[in-house]
Design a protein around this ligand. Structure first.
Ligand code: ATP
Length: 372
């Protein structure tokens, strides 16, 4: 079966440690996204799974087969790993037709001609390329070319697909369309897929699971909902979501508030209980709240002065049609809210906002780890 397992995997280049002790399990048929900022080590991780790069330490399994373990001297080359790769630059052979491009991996493996024909036509049907089989790549649109590249990857029916930002060369509209197509295709084929991207929207919309990586270290693995709603630390909380989560420094008071100096917000009883149990009363914490969880008081259902309301100045309003991104500030603190289009707040106006205390996050100030 097509599970992929990384156990304590490291990759050191001369003076850079690109991957630090990553342990990750991808289940058979799962769509796993490796997400993180530029240079965080996602491509290196994918290249180690593919066999284009050898780990410095640790083990990699594809199915039940150990494919890399430097301590045991095991290294299976890419061609024997039963994987197919799709890259950002999808390098089709320009002199070959679509048919021949898709057929190429099968020809290499000396699959009988009739079988090749059957498989190429099946894949072309699946990808909506049946009418284009006689064309050359230069006669195709970007999206069609990307589909040919996918066709070439899936025609072999590998155990695992490895994809490195395969949509990043497409224009924004096409990217959105291909995102949905690729997700549908992966469901139909249910082949284990590991997909590298730095685009959090791609990650949230396509992945069954997301592995968030920063500076070579795996930060959290979870479903899109888990990483969004229960981020493990401030990095994940700040990286996923746009505009990002607001962070503010505050301290937990004995009477169950978070005190920011200028104003205080009342914790819910169970939140205070957790903080009390873990010894945070009287200590500084990082308070986090997403822009969509701060409401214009005019439209808020539960508003309790002195508990969840704050007076703030509207600095900038960005009208995105379906929503308004509102930049707010008090004397010392700035934060961002996302209001519905009904909200008619104006720049320079002083307004009241409501913090939805059910939705807040609290992080340890030093470790940056989530307490809740
Ligand atoms: P991007 O999104 O920009 O492609 P990434 O998350 O995929 O980034 P990697 O390409 O895995 O990041 O690189 C991780 C780190 O390892 C970077 O600091 C990079 O400069 C370094 N690195 C990658 N390949 C090599 C190499 N062959 N030799 C030396 N350093 C390398």
């Amino acid at each position: 079966m097509g599970e992929v397992k990384l156990l304590g995997v490291w990759k050191k280049f001369e003076d850079v440690t690109a991957v630090k002790d990553i342990t990750l399990e991808v289940k058979d048929g799962e769509f796993m996204i490796l997400l993180g900022p530029s240079g965080c080590g996602k491509t290196t991780t994918l290249r180690m799974i593919s066999g284009l790069e050898e780990p410095t330490k640790g083990q990699i399994y594809i199915g039940d087969k150990l494919v890399a373990d430097p301590e045991k001297g095991v290294f299976v080359p890419p061609k024997d790993r039963d994987i197919a790769m799709v890259f950002q630059s999808y390098a089709l052979y320009p002199h070959m037709t679509v048919y021949d491009n898709i057929a190429f991996p099968l020809k290499l493996r000396k699959v009988p001609k009739q079988e090749i024909d059957k498989r190429v036509r099946e894949v072309a049907e699946l990808l909506g390329l049946s009418q284009l089989l006689n064309r050359k790549p230069r006669e195709l649109s970007g999206g069609q070319r990307q589909r040919v590249a996918l066709g070439r990857a899936i025609v072999r029916k590998p155990q695992v697909f490895l994809m490195d930002e395969p949509l990043s060369n497409l224009d924004a509209k096409l990217r959105v369309k291909m995102r949905a197509e690729l997700k549908k295709l992966q469901r139909q084929l249910s082949v284990t897929t590991i997909y590298v991207t730095h685009d959090q929207v791609e990650a949230m919309t396509m992945g069954d699971k997301i592995a968030v990586i920063n500076q070579g270290v795996l930060q959290q693995v979870g479903t899109p909902e888990e990483v969004y709603d229960k981020p493990a630390n401030t990095f994940v909380a700040g990286f996923i979501g746009s505009p990002p989560m607001n962070f503010m420094d505050g301290s937990v008071t004995e009477d169950g508030f978070v005190d920011f100096g200028e104003f205080r917000l009342k914790l819910l009883p169970d939140q205070f209980e957790v903080l009390k149990e873990q010894g945070y009363v009287g200590r500084e914490v990082i308070f986090g709240i997403r822009p969509e969880d701060i409401y214009d008081a005019m439209f808020a259902q539960v508003k309790v002065p002195g508990e969840n309301m704050v007076k703030a100045m509207v600095e900038i309003v960005e009208n995105l049609g379906g929503e308004r991104i509102v930049y707010l500030s008090t004397e010392d603190i700035s934060f961002i809210a996302k209001f519905p289009p009904e909200s008619k707040v104006k720049e320079g106006q002083k307004i009241e906002v409501v913090f939805d205390m059910k939705k807040i996050h609290i992080f340890d100030k030093n470790a940056k780890k989530a307490i809740f």
